[in-house]
Ligand binder design. Structure first.
Ligand SMILES: NC(=O)C1=CN([C@@H]2O[C@H](COP(=O)(O)OP(=O)(O)OC[C@H]3O[C@@H](n4cnc5c(N)ncnc54)[C@H](OP(=O)(O)O)[C@@H]3O)[C@@H](O)[C@H]2O)C=CC1
Ligand SMILES: O=C1OC[C@@H](O)[C@H](O)[C@H]1O
Length: 440
């Protein structure tokens, strides 16, 4: 049976991937937002250049890099008309309305502030800052409350792209509308084998550039916890990190390659993250000394286990007085990071019939089903839209003052996100990522 379902999903999969990378290109509107890029970054093409192709109201018009030759090559490859000599020149260009900042984490807050001061709207890569202090300096900056010449404060959005995909809304709706009271435990895992695939001089492995697994992919896991609970934790109760391997640890003694941490949320529920840029030597039948040198491949996921509750009325289950029908639900979202390619949301339930007084179990059975959500009817979107394309839609809506879907990453949310990351570092005994000397 599963094989027919699986085979049936192939045409949709192929069509989504094909259209994502060869999207329709509508004509640009006369007042399209003119976007400039900081740096010839690796993520730029996926995060904004490709999504902008299918958006009529945004054009990627400029790029600036520390080295002009590099910027020119990038501009040629991605068909970007203007090349600036420096990041400052990009900001001085009056024809640019908005900027995308995919620089090393240590430069996010600084360049976001400079951009806002230059009157630009900002799409800022995650994590928004090196630590909570920097995040507060950025998101509490008076410039965000000042009115610009269009009588609108500038838009600043931390690019938590996954949040804009409808699959995350579907996941949340399966938990309920009072997640804080309904959840018992959440596990969020994000593991990527970057230590095997990219050199150790990458920005992700540099403490001074605010790197580290928790800052890189850990931000997603932390954000999944916060967005699943819809609440902030009370305390980080444990945090254990793994450092870079020899010989890299000598130069980078404070950069973690992995982090496992747990927080207690209001009501006593626990949220755990497990993030790694390499291996923890898990999930393998090989001996430990070999396994710990190998990467662990694991689909990013977030799993929410809910408290057992009484099923109010169930026409399927005829109850005699003195008995009650209880259910304990677990909702697992596999691949919240890039759900357009593939994702699955499993709803597993354990049902029991219990004696109402003693709560002793009289009968037990399990049910399982799964759902997928590529597009919500009545909301802008297409099944082939990437998380980045959904995000761009909302960014443009905000800049244009349009209502949009209502999904957003608030400034307060971005500040709290960094507070939670700082708590993990403190609990793990690692120093917080250094604060910029830039003063706004
Ligand atoms: N949303 C997502 O899915 C993803 C987000 N990211 C985030 O985007 C950001 C950039 O990641 P990625 O594109 O992989 O990074 P890159 O390695 O491509 O670096 C980005 C840019 O940083 C600039 N840079 C400025 N100062 C330095 C420095 N001291 N050392 C090295 N580079 C410097 C370079 O600009 P120049 O060209 O001017 O030299 C470079 O192009 C990070 O914050 C990361 O967390 C990354 C991947 C995925
Ligand atoms: O933001 C990101 O998303 C995907 C990851 O693989 C990457 O390291 C990270 O920067």
């Amino acid at each position: 049976m599963w094989i027919t379902t699986w085979l049936g999903s192939i045409p949709g999969f192929v069509s989504r991937i094909y259209t994502l990378f060869r999207p329709p290109r509508p004509a640009k509107s006369s007042n399209a937002i003119r976007l400039g890029l900081f740096g010839a970054s690796k993520i730029g093409p996926l995060a904004v250049i490709n999504p902008a192709l299918s958006h009529p109201d945004v054009i990627v018009v400029a790029v600036a890099a520390r080295d002009r030759t590099k910027a020119e090559a990038y501009a040629k490859k991605w068909d970007i008309p203007i090349v600036h000599d420096s990041y400052d020149d990009l900001l001085a260009d009056p024809s640019i309305d908005a900027v995308y900042i995919p620089l090393p984490n240590s430069l996010h807050a600084e360049w976001a502030l400079k951009s806002l001061k230059a009157g630009k709207h900002v799409l800022l890569e995650k994590p928004s800052a090196s630590n909570n202090e920097e995040a507060r300096m950025l998101f509490e900056s008076p410039i965000l409350f000042a009115k610009n010449e269009n009588a609108m404060p500038p838009v600043l959005l931390e690019a938590f792209h996954y949040r804009f995909h409808p699959a995350f809304d579907a996941f949340k709706s399966l938990i309920g509308d009072k997640p804080e009271q309904q959840i018992e435990h959440v596990w969020a895992k994000c593991v990527m084998p970057w230590a095997l695939l990219i050199p150790f001089d990458d920005i992700r492995f540099k403490y001074q550039l605010a790197g580290g697994a928790t800052m890189d992919i850990g931000t997603y896991a932390v954000s999944w916890l916060r967005n699943t609970f819809g609440a902030e934790p009370e305390e980080c109760i444990s945090a254990k990190h793994a450092l870079l391997p020899e010989p890299y640890i000598k130069d980078e003694p404070s950069t973690e390659i992995g982090m496992k941490a747990a927080w207690r949320f209001p009501g006593g529920a626990i949220g755990e993250i497990n993030c790694s840029l390499s291996s923890w030597g898990e999930s393998t039948w090989l001996p430990g000394f070999i396994a710990k040198r190998l990467p662990t491949f694991s689909t990013p996921h977030v799993i929410a286990q809910l408290k057992e509750v009484t099923v109010p009325e169930d026409p399927e289950v005829k109850l005699v007085p003195g008995k009650e029908h209880r259910v304990k639900r677990t909702v697992s979202f596999w691949m919240p990071l890039f759900p357009t390619i593939w994702h699955r949301i499993n709803i597993d339930e354990v049902h029991t019939i219990r004696d109402s007084k003693s709560l002793s179990e009289l009968r037990r059975w399990r049910t399982s089903r799964s759902v997928k959500e590529y597009k919500i009817s009545g909301r802008a979107g297409e099944a082939w839209w990437s998380t980045y394309r959904y995000q761009l839609e909302e960014f443009v809506n905000a800049v244009k003052g349009r209502p949009g879907s209502g999904v957003w990453v608030s400034h307060e949310n971005s500040i709290k996100q960094m507070r939670m990351i700082d708590c993990a570092y403190k609990k793990a005994g690692l120093p917080l990522r250094p604060t910029t000397e830039y003063k706004s």
